[in-house]
Write a protein that binds this ligand. Sequence first.
Ligand code: ITT
Length: 202
Amino acid sequence: MKGRIVFATGNAGKVKEIQMIMEDTGMEVLSMKEAGISVDIEENGTTYEENALIKAREVAKYTDAIVMADDSGLEVDYLNKEPGILSARYLGEDTSYRIKNQNLIDRLEGVSDEKRTARFVCAIAAVLPDGKELTTRATIEGRIGYEEKGSHGFGYDPIFYVPQFGKTTAELTEEEKNQVSHRGKALRLMKEELKRYENTGC
Ligand code: ITT
């Protein structure tokens, strides 16, 4: 694959992961900021895919490059899948994750291990220069921990415990997280979709 991708996100944590995951494509991945694009996008979709497409379509108005966007969230089963699609806005966009994470831990007080199941969900959308739109989605299953652990990653990572590693995603190295994460898996699916479209035109 060749060319440039502009990633329609203002989240620096996502940008770092995405650039690592896309490294092997040989394509240059620029954040919106690096591409000099600054837009305020209203994410008023009802699904992760819709929101990812809204972001990618908006930024595609300002560039001829491939544009991709990520819409993601944390679904806690015991809380009826909250905060879900509203994860970034949960308790207010500017509220620190220390407070958001502690709030989720508090809401699960007394809840047993088996009922603390949760998942990160990620939808990736791509808008290609010819107008073609692609979407992919992936998840990682885990549990909400009892305290924050780890300092890598961003957002809800310190409370998202992955049984397979016996660690939170904030305790994993960047490589380990990208191997198993919702974002890593959804982006690898998107790489395949792009290759398929390049080869077949549909
Ligand atoms: P952009 O819309 O600019 O991409 P955002 O942070 O607002 O940035 P979303 O609307 O997709 O992005 O919200 C996703 C939120 O879900 C994110 O802010 C985190 O709170 C949470 N989240 C998603 N993936 C995560 C991950 O890998 N680790 C920790 N938290 C994550």
